[in-house]
Design a protein around this ligand. Structure first.
Ligand code: ADP
Ligand code: MG
Length: 405
């Protein structure tokens, strides 16, 4: 479906074609008409399917149809990085209309506070905020949301994972009841429905096929012993000169540092990102990677959701994510909007069962490729049993349940 078929005004259509979008994605096709009709919506669609435009385009259309000069739309997002990114996307979509937006997030200095307070008082139509910082502003009375028409919760599942349920309720208690609320989520955990029930009003529910990485991703996996991983990753990167941006995911901050060190010794432009870094440093690392000054970014899961960086050609999972949905999110960093990408996962023996769980979730078996010959024989763990859970393996932690009868 082409964007012209929606009832959007010309300035917005111009911005869309300026951004190079030709056809609406499935979630856009379903969500845009509902949002234009002023209905609440609960939308599920995996990462990389174009959710931002799905909510932003109809909202911008509505703002540009009438004189708005107070805060019209509040977008709540889980992380600072996402707040910055959505604010930038809003500026792109509103290129030809007089709409101002601001990103409000923690970790800044006093200057930010004043700038945000002034903006919240006046002259912006769209606020993109993380829950914590927004609450600080709300509780000091620095704002005027009385004319608010739209509330958007983006990455709602992630916000619940991060424990923002009560914060969101609290924010909503400051907002006018008569508003349109849009909730977007990549996954469908049960507490999402609970949140939806409490803040949405007779929502239309739309859902786009879940839990499968985008079509364009070529996925493969290596069965490899833990102590061989570092050598394997160096070989994989050495072999892929044409890959301009490579993202490596790992489970712990300590491993981020080790991988960075080992790749640095091969003279690659490589940086690590984890919650250890200050906000400013995190932004710098991301913007260098986005600008392709850093070729390889090594990250913990802070990076796996929501951040949209163009043209990541290769994702390497240094270890298998604990949560099968996280695999989909990690792999979703490549092949955004139907370009091509490669996602490789290193599986150690203990991770075999977790990997099988992922294969069940995405309903396909991911091909296992042999190790490069330099590393010797490929182990075969395809029939490894599920390892004992350490909690129960350790007898001192194991308390038998009391029989309650
Ligand atoms: P999501 O929020 O679902 O993870 P985003 O809204 O961040 O996805 O969009 C993912 C990428 O796809 C972005 O780079 C965006 O500019 C691009 N995109 C979105 N919609 C379209 C479209 N209709 N045509 C082409 N590219 C699109
Ligand atoms: Mg998004």
């Amino acid at each position: 479906m082409n964007f012209e078929e929606f009832d959007l005004n010309d300035d917005i259509l111009d911005a869309i074609s300026y951004m190079g979008f030709k056809k609406a994605s499935p979630i856009q096709e379903k969500a845009i008409p509902i949002i234009l009709k002023n209905k609440d919506i609960l939308a599920f669609a995996q990462t990389g399917t174009g959710k931002t435009a799905a909510f932003m385009l109809p909202i911008l259309h509505k703002i540009s149809e009438k004189q708005v000069n107070s805060i019209n739309t509040l977008i709540i997002v889980p992380t600072r990085e996402l707040a910055i990114q959505i604010d930038q996307q809003v500026q792109g979509f509103s290129y030809f209309i007089p709409v101002n937006s601001i990103a409000v997030y923690g970790g800044g200095d006093g200057g930010d506070w004043v700038r945000e307070r002034n903006a919240l008082d006046n002259n912006v139509e769209i606020v993109v905020a993380t829950p914590g910082k927004l609450i600080s502003h709300l509780s000091t009375g620095n704002f005027n949301f009385s004319q608010l028409q739209h509330l958007v919760l983006d990455e709602a599942d992630r916000m619940l994972d991060m424990g923002f349920f009560d914060d969101i309720q609290r924010i909503v208690s400051y907002l006018p009841k008569n508003r349109q609320t849009l909730m977007f989520s990549a996954t469908m955990p049960s507490n999402i429905k609970k949140l939806a029930k409490s803040i949405l009003n007779h929502p239309e529910e739309v859902s786009i096929e879940m839990s499968k990485p985008a079509e364009g991703v070529l996925q493969a996996a290596y069965m490899v012993r833990e102590e061989q991983k570092s050598a394997l990753i160096r070989l994989l990167v050495a072999d892929k000169e044409e890959y301009k941006s490579i993202l490596v995911f790992t489970s712990t901050k300590a491993k981020v540092n080790n991988i960075v060190r080992s790749l640095k010794s091969d003279k690659y432009k490589v940086k690590g990102i984890s919650s250890d870094l200050q906000q400013k440093e995190r932004e710098e690392v991301i913007s260098d990677f986005r600008a392709k000054q850093t070729r390889i970014l090594v990250a913990t899961d802070v990076m796996s959701r929501g951040i949209d960086i163009k043209d990541i050609s290769l994702i390497i999972n240094y270890d298998v994510p604990n949560d099968a949905e996280d695999y989909v999110h990690r792999v979703g960093r490549t092949a955004r909007a139907e370009t091509e990408g490669v996602a490789l996962t290193l599986i150690s023996e203990n991770d075999m069962y977790k990997f099988k769980r992922i294969e069940r979730l995405i309903e396909r078996e991911i091909p296992k490729v042999p190790l490069p010959i330099e590393l010797g024989q490929t182990p075969d763990w395809s029939n490894s049993p599920k390892p004992q859970r350490t909690k129960f393996a350790n007898k001192r932690n194991f308390k038998p349940r009391k029989n309650t009868k």
